[in-house]
Ligand binder design. Structure first.
Ligand SMILES: Nc1nc2c(c(=O)[nH]1)N[C@H]1C(S)=C(S)[C@@H](COP(=O)(O)OP(=O)(O)OC[C@H]3O[C@@H](n4cnc5c(=O)[nH]c(N)nc54)[C@H](O)[C@@H]3O)O[C@H]1N2
Ligand SMILES: Nc1nc2c(c(=O)[nH]1)N[C@H]1C(S)=C(S)[C@@H](COP(=O)(O)OP(=O)(O)OC[C@H]3O[C@@H](n4cnc5c(=O)[nH]c(N)nc54)[C@H](O)[C@@H]3O)O[C@H]1N2
Ligand SMILES: [Mo]
Length: 765
């Protein structure tokens, strides 16, 4: 049980808006707790500014004319978390065995502060002991050289810079594999599979400016109030202009209801709020596929009527004739679905879907925004493609104010893919790599996250190197994986803070502590800067401003270079040492590898608002096999064959983030917007389900996995909370609920774990 202990648990509805005074207070608390010096305030002034540092929290776009305070509550919390004064030194490790630390809560591990020197686990004492960088690199290199390349995995968590990521991808390929799973495999991989087939680009087409020109926003399964708060500003502006925002979300998320800009003195003093969503549709978990079918059906039926009466068509037939493929088959599929089925699968009413479709049909330019609520389902890929279908019906891709807008997670997760962090060799310019570095890049598809887990379970994976992240906590099937993980020969964690994955470790285990992006990074080439790509494919420079947490830290490029030099045969075309000390030279290499994306990379690094790499679909240039934008008809409307059981006691569990965490990093035990204080072990439940299952509000229950695959999955000690959530769905927090997710329970083609529809049953203790 992972309660906050220090604070009593209270649960009462939060009536404030997103942002506002609650946000200011929460931020002040964390700055104090992390003992961030007063200059922390000055530090925040550099956040997300041209010539400043790019936020280490989310990937949302950075405006080219930033406001004085271009950060949000959670971005500032992430900064405080990184520049904390707390330190974890060799003394600490000398006092505690790893087995003992395993009993600590995740929160307490990270609260120890920043890691300060490289450590190696010592089997005799079961403690981590200091080791020199050189020794660490030599042993890691020797171990990797002794292993069959296919048995090693190089994971990346989405935060490391373009420079570090490019080097890391090259390290894996020179070593001999494409085993480069990343956090995106648990996140927007459904997007990366869906969009190339639909529109020929793997990323979104919307730019920040499009918010100024849009007439309608369709908002699916993303919680901006907690996970991309800076996005509330363009949403607020749009709402003030009278732009309808139609939200699909099983939960009524505060950031999608009302917002007070904490950086506007007038709004703060007058306590004025902006309504965000104009229509809020509480779709069933996984019901979006059916809901969008409903929107398309309503639109097509209204278009039939318009056509019959000779009034203007609602379907953009000219756009479709010129740009689209597969329209007829798609329309036939839509017509074949009955409203009864649509209502049953979506949990929404026909009348509400028709109203939303009418709003959409009136808009000249509409955009579709979405997050984990669409991608983390068994039908994640199909659902993203369905949203594209809806946009294509009215020509809403490739013109101002319109487009598709996946909201990415980690601050550089999109950029890592751009520079080669991928298990798919076809996404990498192998010919270019061969010409530049004189080697044959491996052509065998590597392991993604789920496959890496399978390899760990069956013993075929022997070594795991992690460029950031907390893999063991982020993945499904915690129980089986933790046990198998300990059999790995080698685990190497490049990290800033102590986390669970340092304690659950391999037979030879290293913690390599690195500089964070906010820290000043001085190398022989002088003060260094790095680059990232935001959610809208704009690339920004980022320069640290804080003193390094310890003099013994190395930067991520230096660490990758160190491992590469110790592992790989010398290559006359690569000077790893120079790359690790002068990142401008890595940017030159990136430009040489991707000349059209990164033209004049170094010269454009500090362009305000970033420079955008070309996104052909945004110009109606469709790089698909048909040369057109494709309507892709999904197989059916059922969200999830596993949870579509007749048994009403099997519930669909949504695992999600609170307002007080960054992924597996728990900042605190409050979720202000959802009214929960002092605990994360709550189970958000529909009132009728609470009564039907013979439970009471505040009662303690256990959750067990409902999949019939013979594996026992169970998490104990949830407090029932009657909440506004559709019947049949329950909500709980990630990562506490991860032991309940079967490894095979993932999106069909993207293999993103279906973390938003986990089949579970409630058990009374
Ligand atoms: N402060 C903070 N910022 C973050 C993160 C963080 O943990 N903390 N994480 C970062 C990362 S890596 C990512 S990927 C993003 C994640 O950001 P989000 O995409 O917002 O992720 P979640 O919090 O998991 O929740 C998604 C939302 O989907 C809704 N939802 C669940 N199931 C469904 C469904 O079936 N249909 C629909 N329509 N909605 C559904 C939930 O109610 C919730 O509002 O945020 C990034 N930014
Ligand atoms: N049930 C469930 N599971 C999920 C999700 C869900 O919604 N539900 N969401 C999934 C998603 S979207 C994602 S992205 C994954 C996240 O999975 P990960 O990316 O693996 O996890 P994080 O919690 O972001 O990693 C935190 C750790 O990163 C390290 N770190 C922080 N900053 C830096 C840095 O600058 N450099 C380096 N080298 N290390 C650093 C710290 O040591 C910290 O402990 O989880 C996935 N898992
Ligand atoms: Mo993510």
């Amino acid at each position: 049980m992972e309660d906050g202990m220090a604070d009593p648990v209270t649960i009462k509805p939060y009536n404030g808006p997103a942002g506002g005074w609650g946000s200011a207070k929460s931020l002040a608390e964390i700055l104090l707790r992390e003992q961030v010096p007063l200059s922390g305030g000055t530090l925040l002034m550099h956040q997300n500014k041209p010539d400043g540092f790019m936020c280490v929290s989310c990937a949302w776009a950075k405006p080219h004319k930033p406001s004085v305070f271009e950060y949000c509550e959670n971005g500032a919390k992430a900064t405080a978390w990184e520049v904390t004064r707390r330190r974890i030194t060799a003394d600490f490790f000398a006092k505690h065995t790893v087995t003992e630390l395993e009993r600590w809560r995740d929160y307490d591990l990270e609260e120890l502060g920043r890691l300060t020197e490289p450590m190696r686990w010592d089997a005799a004492t079961d403690k981590y002991a200091p080791v020199s960088w050189d020794e660490a690199f030599q042993e890691i290199g020797a171990e990797l050289k002794a292993l069959e390349p296919k048995s090693t995995v190089f994971y990346a968590s989405g935060r490391a810079s373009l420079e570090a990521s490019y080097m890391y991808g090259l390290l894996a390929r020179l070593y001999g594999n494409n085993n480069l799973p990343d956090s995106s495999n648990m996140c927007h991989e459904s997007t990366s599979v869906a969009l190339p087939e639909s529109i020929g680009s793997p990323v979104g087409t919307v730019l920040l400016e499009d918010f100024e020109h849009t007439d309608c926003i369709l908002f699916f399964g993303q919680n901006p109030g907690s996970n991309a708060p800076r996005m509330l500003h363009p949403l607020q502006e749009a709402s003030k202009r009278g732009v309808p925002i139609i939200t699909f979300n099983p939960l009524r998320e505060r950031g999608l209801e009302r917002f007070t800009n904490p950086q506007s003195p007038v709004e703060m003093l007058t306590r004025s709020e902006t309504r965000i969503s104009s229509q809020y549709l509480q779709v069933k978990a996984g019901g979006d596929l059916a809901a969008i079918y409903g929107l398309c059906k309503a639109l097509i039926e209204a278009d039939d009527t318009a056509h019959a009466h000779g009034t203007p068509r609602l379907i953009d037939t000219a756009f479709i004739a010129e740009h689209a493929h597969g329209f007829e088959a798609f329309v036939a599929s839509v017509r074949s679905k009955t409203w009864e089925e649509i209502e049953r699968h979506s949990g929404l009413l026909r009348a509400d879907l028709e109203q939303a479709a009418r709003t959409y049909a009136r808009a000249k330019a509409a955009m579709g925004i979405y997050g984990m609520g669409l991608t983390q389902h068994r039908k994640g890929v199909e659902t993203v493609q369905m949203l594209v279908n809806l946009l294509l019906l009215r020509g809403n891709i490739g013109r101002p104010g319109a487009g598709i807008c996946p909201v990415r997670g980690h601050s550089n997760v999109q950029g890592q893919r751009t520079v080669g962090i991928t298990e798919k060799p076809e996404l990498v310019p192998s010919g270019k790599l061969k010409a530049l570095y004189g080697f044959e890049p491996p052509q065998e598809t590597g392991l993604n996250t789920v496959e890496a887990c399978e390899g760990i379970l069956d013993g075929s994976v022997r070594a795991f190197v992690a460029l950031g992240g907390n893999f063991i906590r982020a993945v499904p099937e915690t129980g089986l994986l933790e046990a198998a993980w300990r059999k790995l020969r080698l685990t190497v964690q490049i990290s800033t803070k102590l986390n669970r994955n340092h304690l659950i470790h391999g037979q030879i285990a290293y913690i390599l502590p690195c500089l964070g992006r906010i820290e000043i990074d001085t190398q022989m080439g002088g003060r260094q800067a790095v680059a990232m790509e935001d959610s809208t494919a704009c690339i920004h420079g980022s320069k640290g401003y804080a003193e390094p947490a310890s003099p013994h830290l190395l930067s991520e490029p230096r660490i990758v270079a160190g491992i590469a030099q110790a592992t790989l045969a010398p290559n006359p075309h690569i000077n790893w040492d120079r790359w690790g000390r002068d990142y401008a030279t890595v940017r030159d290499a990136i430009e040489a590898t991707y000349p059209s994306e990164f033209k004049d990379f170094n010269a454009r690094l500090w362009k305000p608002g970033g420079f955008r790499r070309p996104i052909p679909a945004a110009q109606c240039d469709w790089k698909t096999e048909t040369g057109k934008a494709n309507f892709i008809t999904p197989g059916g409307m059922s969200a999830d064959p596993d949870t579509e059981q007749a048994d009403p006691d099997v519930l669909r569990l949504i695992t999600m983030r609170s307002n007080d965490q960054f992924n597996t990093t728990i900042y605190g035990y409050d979720d202000r917007f959802r009214g929960v204080k002092g605990t994360r072990m709550v189970l958000f439940m529909n009132k009728a389900d609470v009564a039907r299952l013979g439970l009471r509000d505040a009662q303690t229950v256990n959750l067990v996995g409902a999949a019939s695959d013979g594996v026992k999955r169970r998490v104990d000690g949830f407090r029932v909370l009657a909440y506004d959530i559709p019947a049949g769905c329950v909500g709980g927090y990630y990562p506490e609920c991860n032991p309940l997710i079967p490894l095979w329970h993932h999106a069909g083609r993207s293999k993103v774990p279906a973390a938003k529809s986990v089949p579970v049953r409630i058990q009374k203790p």
